[in-house]
Design a protein around this ligand. Structure first.
Ligand code: ARG
Length: 461
């Protein structure tokens, strides 16, 4: 028979199925290490408050440290019929220390315990996740470097737009992932408040030095209000939001690579080892890992929406609904970690087909540059746009390109076109003409690439 932390109040044993339904040990065992860490600090705080004799606190600490050590070296031993991880740790302690083990929970509630556990967990896990994000940034930066001065078309509405440097394309994804890295920082910062001292909801009657306890556990501050603290999961929602947006960005990167490595473009070739075949069509080389990344982004979003939905209807104070926070959070973390790893491999092994990209970066993509040529000769932009638009319409109808126009034909569109139009308007001249720091001009891209490398050095330190 399972004993619970609350059996005294009840005449008989709980209904087995209902107990199983409410138990969380199956998944909150992942908080084992954090639960023990929090309990060790709590034992010290109780001793400082005069609730435990210094020697009692030392014995509790010693046993808890041993429980932690055993659980770490043999994770399978973190198991049993217990209701949750908190009950598990307390059971082991009581088995070892009898009544002294029963003193540890003085002035403390599982409501605040689960919050401190989850906060400690995120504080230690988020930096690991950030490292993997930085790994993908590194692979993208490396591809950007490898691309050198290579050119490719950019797209708006997924129609060819203007020539850009291939490096600029890779650095676009770097920019998004660096924001994700920052959002993970923010989620970690939000988790960084000590909820202990809140009791079940009203605070605790023992003289716990919460500021000292916060320092001991490495928290930079203490929560403001015990009612709020017992049901605050904003930090978990912020973490899920950070994971979700990262997944959205990975999904878009996956989509770009899927499309641009397809037979219609062949800008990139996927490594064989990261592609899959078809059971029926012998010619197929499918981007399954990338499709899975795209597919899995829905999971993270689902977990975010599920948590927000759980939170929205809750009355103040702890409610058991909050137990639903953990499975989604852990799954989002695992899903993101897996997707980051596979994307890193795909990007790092991506072959760039320089010639195909460069030849696709020409033709009508230069229409804006042709208009800018006229602007440079005094034509108002709106008028230049019209002139070039008409020229494009004619060329499209005749199945021709700008390069096929004779000087006389150029000049029949506008007498301001000179012989230099052929040399002035090229894909390379187009990127070189850009002026702003966020543009695809080679100087700007070089500067961004150098800055991204400096960022990586710090992120990987
Ligand atoms: N397993 C619970 C959770 O995850 C721990 C807190 C339980 N508190 C309670 N009053 N039942 O939220």
């Amino acid at each position: 028979m399972t004993t619970t932390l609350w059996s005294g109040r009840f005449a008989g044993a709980p209904d087995a199925a209902a107990f199983e339904f409410g138990a969380s040990f199956r998944f909150d065992r992942r908080l084992f290490e954090d639960d023990v860490t929090g309990s060790i600090a709590w034992a010290r705080a109780l001793s400082k408050a005069g609730v435990l004799a210094p020697d009692e606190a030392r014995r509790l600490e010693r046993e808890l440290a041993d429980i932690l050590e055993r659980g770490r070296s043999n994770p399978a031993s973190v198991d049993g019929p217990d209701e949750d991880v908190h009950s598990f740790v307390e059971r082991l302690l009581v088995e070892r220390l009898g009544d002294l083990g029963r003193r540890l929970h003085t002035g403390r509630s599982r409501n605040e315990q689960v919050s401190v556990d989850l906060r400690l967990y995120l504080r230690r896990r988020i930096p690991l996740l950030q490292r993997v994000v930085a790994g993908v940034v590194e692979a993208l930066v490396e591809r950007a470097s490898a691309a050198g001065d290579g050119l490719m078309p950019s797209f708006t509405h997924f129609r060819p737009a203007q020539p850009v440097l291939v490096a600029h394309f890779f650095l676009a994804h770097v920019a998004a992932l660096r924001r994700d890295y920052g959002r993970l920082d923010a989620a970690r910062e939000e988790s960084d408040a000590l909820p202990l001292g809140s009791g079940a909801i009203a605070g605790t009657s023992y003289a716990i030095d919460v500021e000292g306890l916060a320092r001991e556990l490495g928290f930079s501050r203490v929560v403001h209000n015990s009612i709020d603290a017992s049901s605050d999961r904003d930090f978990a929602a912020s973490f899920l939001y950070a994971c979700t947006l990262t997944m959205v960005h990975l999904s878009r990167l996956a989509e770009d690579i899927i499309i641009l490595s397809g037979d219609e473009h062949r800008f990139f070739d996927l490594a064989d080892a990261l592609s899959t075949g078809s059971s029926m069509m012998p010619q197929k080389k499918n981007p399954d890992p990338l499709e899975l990344v795209r597919g899995k982004s829905g999971r993270a979003l689902g977990h975010l929406v599920a948590l927000l939905t759980t939170l929205k209807g809750l009355p103040s104070g702890y409610n058991k609904d909050l137990q639903e926070d953990k499975e989604g959070l852990f799954d989002a973390e695992d899903t993101l970690t897996g997707c980051l790893a596979v994307i890193q491999s795909v990007v790092a092994s991506l072959a760039l087909n320089r010639d195909r990209m460069e030849s696709a970066a020409s033709g009508m993509l230069l229409a804006t540059d042709v208009a800018d040529y006229l602007v440079g000769r005094g034509v108002p932009f709106r008028r230049a746009h019209e002139i070039v638009g008409e020229l494009v319409r004619r060329l499209v109808a005749e199945g021709r390109e700008f390069t096929s126009l004779s000087l006389a034909e150029w000049q029949s569109a506008s007498p301001l076109f000179g012989a230099d139009i052929i040399t002035c308007v090229t894909p390379r001249a187009s990127v070189a003409a850009k002026r702003t720091p966020q543009s695809t001009s080679p100087a700007a891209v070089d500067a961004r690439l150098a800055e991204a490398r400096r960022w990586l050095t710090r992120a990987m330190a």
